[in-house]
Design a protein around this ligand. Structure first.
Ligand code: PMP
Length: 406
């Protein structure tokens, strides 16, 4: 069967909205368009009922209470609200925050801002596997620590951090624990009670829901956690996030979560099977290719591989009809190697020639084989033109070569 191109294999960046989600959302644009905060007519009551149904579905999915779900515009806002909101609320208790170097920018940048404002931030390194060292976490805690923010699943390498253990450490020390679960909710089980999570962020568009809607879970009991709001206004969402609720988005998010929970077992089985197939084909057919991130603590749909002796940009150009992400982040002026891959110990060159594959609900076996075939042939072609690869094959240790400088 011919494969239709372009092929989408970048499901960490975003996912297509499931048609069943779109269908659930449609009536809320036109028929049930009320403001969920309108208390004195049926338009408002119907909108509110839809929001509360979604809230209950979402709460149940992460083992929380409905009252603990705060709707936001997405994970960026949720992370900002959690981190800045705790920093401000607990400033009198202490000024120390612990996070990790492989976090998403939506965690790193709020922490950096707080650092500039006088907060003390510990940036935990990661092991070559991508996991944090729990002993290093324990050692970093001081009597001034008010927040531990460590992500659940990493968006570049798919590594799943040990949230149960982190939560247990935070609980023992009486410190608030926030996790950015944007890549995990709906994909693997998430249980805020079991893992002692106090604050948790995620976005609708990573789980086959709409863009521009997300959640911050804020624990209300054992312990009761409070965050200072970023937006002031009508006092929606228990005062934590003012602004008219995005009813259509919330309905879509609720439906998306419901489907993810229903289909988690079968999706995980199918996607991890396809991912393992892709991994095996690439690693077995391409010499000098390496997997990034601990394969035993990894999201089922996620794979990140480095290909040595090829140039990153040529590699991506060679597979132009496949939408994947490279180990480079385009900043305004330059092509920077991924800070996540560098933190695992990869050099700039290898980070640039790495590819993140994100399989998804709509990925087919044919697509996976097409991508594997294509990569195998492109890497081979690029290496035929590589003098470095030739030297390597002749047994020359490239790290010991003294290059002439002009
Ligand atoms: N955290 C993680 C781990 C992510 O992968 C993303 C999306 N790339 C975000 C936060 C930000 O989500 P959003 O853009 O929906 O605000």
């Amino acid at each position: 069967m011919a494969v239709k191109t372009p092929i989408y294999m970048d499901n960490h960046a975003t996912t297509p909205t499931d048609p069943r989600v779109v269908e659930a959302m449609l009536p809320y644009f036109t028929e049930v368009f009320g403001n969920a905060a309108s208390r004195n007519h049926s338009f408002g009551w119907q909108a509110e009922e839809a929001v509360e149904n979604a809230r209950a579905t979402i709460a149940k999915a992460i083992n929380a209470d409905s009252k603990e779900i705060v709707f936001t515009s997405g994970a960026t806002e949720s992370n900002n609200l959690a981190i800045k909101g705790i920093a401000e609320m607990y400033a009198e208790k202490g000024n120390h925050i612990i996070t990790c170097v492989t976090e998403h920018k939506a965690v790193i940048d709020p922490c950096k801002k707080l650092e500039r404002q006088g907060f003390d931030v510990t940036w935990l390194p990661v092991l070559p596997s991508g996991l944090i060292d729990l002993d290093a976490l324990r050692a970093a805690i001081t009597d001034k620590t008010i927040l531990i923010t460590i992500m659940h699943g990493n968006n570049e390498i798919g590594v799943i951090q040990p949230v149960d253990e982190i939560g247990a450490i935070a609980a023992e020390k009486g410190i608030v624990f926030h996790t950015d679960a944007t890549q995990t909710v709906g994909k693997i089980p998430v249980d805020v009670k079991k893992s002692n999570i106090h604050l948790l962020s995620f976005s609708g568009h990573k789980l086959y829901g709409p863009k521009g809607v997300g959640v911050l879970y804020v624990r209300r009991r054992k312990p009761r956690v409070r965050v200072t709001p970023i937006l002031d206004g009508g006092g929606h969402e228990r005062g934590m996030r003012s602004g008219t609720l995005n009813v259509t988005g919330i309905v879509g998010l609720g439906k998306a979560v419901e489907l993810c929970i229903q289909e988690m077992e079968s999706d995980t089985k199918r996607l991890s099977g396809l991912r393992d197939h892709l991994r095996k084909r690439l690693l077995e057919s391409i010499p000098e290719s390496y997997e990034n991130g601990d394969p035993n603590h990894k999201l089922p749909h996620s794979l990140n591989i480095s290909f040595s002796f090829v140039e990153g940009e040529s590699l991506l150009m060679g597979i132009a009809e496949v939408a994947v992400s490279s180990g480079s982040a385009c900043t305004s002026a330059s092509l920077e190697p991924s800070y996540v891959l560098k933190s695992l110990g990869l050099g700039d060159e290898l980070a640039h020639s790495s590819i993140r594959f994100g399989l998804g609900r709509f990925t087919t076996k044919e697509e996976v084989d097409y991508v594997a075939d294509k990569l195998i042939s492109v890497v081979e072609k690029l290496r035929e033109m590589s003098p470095l690869y030739e030297m390597h094959n002749e047994g020359i240790d490239l790290s010991k070569v003294e290059w002439a400088h002009h």
